[in-house]
Design a protein around this ligand. Structure first.
Ligand code: PAF
Length: 279
């Protein structure tokens, strides 16, 4: 089947098949990480829609909205190769016509960790994701675990606003040396890429420990003295993004963000903090 490119709701209605539908929201510049999300969507529904929209609402004025990579033709080829049925590529004017003013507020959870560094970011993300959900009306939507707080916030929105959509988180895809795939990696020079590896090294060092204080200390030791301009290292509850203490049990997310050269990168790992049983 040929890939259909939809620009708006009318195109989407025409392209809609009869069965279940999965949505993979993206900002384009598709890489292997996005392709893994598409494959996950493929096994979960009969029709797969990928949205490609660089959402101005989630970028602060000092961020990289204008230089964010836009590779539409290559993205279409990747979608075609992955058997995507429909690419939704709306214009900014279609998404936010003049006069638009109502938006989603991400609440307290949207103001911690990544949200503390990027005020308003999660309001922008949730607003566009809710609009995409309303346009596409998927049964399932697939997001990367790489943006762990985004995934948690979207789950929160779906619960709080009673949206009948199954949210699936898909594992982070990494280069063989550990670097998490990101559309922003293409900004890195070879030397910066070496520095960027400090992030995944720090996460691995943390994940090798077993108690929150030791996890934080091990990861911090790797980051200290590196050329990463650190924004945060946080060990948090994956559902609330509240910092966890030494008595916490269950899965925790060790999340890191920092700037390398002019490129801001984020990464995380999930660590199981179940009590250890020694034979
Ligand atoms: O993860 C992204 O690419 C974006 O934040 C998303 C979910 C497509 C919303 O613009």
């Amino acid at each position: 089947m040929d890939l259909i490119v939809a620009r708006n709701r009318t195109d989407l209605v025409k392209a809609r098949g009869g069965g279940s539908l999965a949505l993979v929201p993206t900002m384009g510049a598709l890489h292997e990480g996005h392709r893994s999300l598409i494959r996950e969507a493929r096994v979960r529904a009969e029709q797969v829609v990928v949205s490609i929209f660089v959402n101005p609402l989630q970028f602060a004025p000092n961020e990289d909205f204008s230089r964010y990579p836009r590779t539409f033709d290559a993205d279409l080829e990747a979608c075609q190769a992955e058997g995507v049925d429909v690419v939704l590529a709306p214009s900014a004017e279609d998404m936010y016509p003049p006069g638009s003013q109502v938006s989603v507020r991400s609440g307290e959870m949207g103001a911690v960790v990544e949200g503390a560094c990027r005020p308003g970011h999660f309001d922008g993300v949730l607003t566009v994701v809710l609009k995409l959900f309303n346009l596409v009306q998927p049964d399932v939507a697939v997001f990367g675990q790489k943006d762990a707080q985004q995934l948690a916030m979207i789950r929160r929105m779906v619960a709080d606003l009673d949206l009948p959509i199954d949210i699936v988180g898909a594992p982070t895809v990494r280069e063989p040396d550990g670097l998490a795939l990101s559309s922003r990696n293409r900004y890195l020079s070879a030397a910066e890429r070496e520095v960027a590896l400090t992030l995944s090294r720090a996460l691995r060092a943390g994940a090798a420990e077993f108690a929150p204080s030791r996890i934080r200390a091990a990861a911090t030791a790797v980051l200290e003295g590196s050329e990463v301009a650190l924004d945060y290292l946080a060990l948090v509850d994956p559902a609330t993004f509240a910092e966890v203490g030494d008595t916490y049990q269950g899965e925790a997310v060790l999340a890191v963000a920092g700037t390398v050269g002019a490129t801001r990168l984020i990464d995380n790992v999930v660590i199981n903090l179940e009590p250890r049983v020694y034979a």
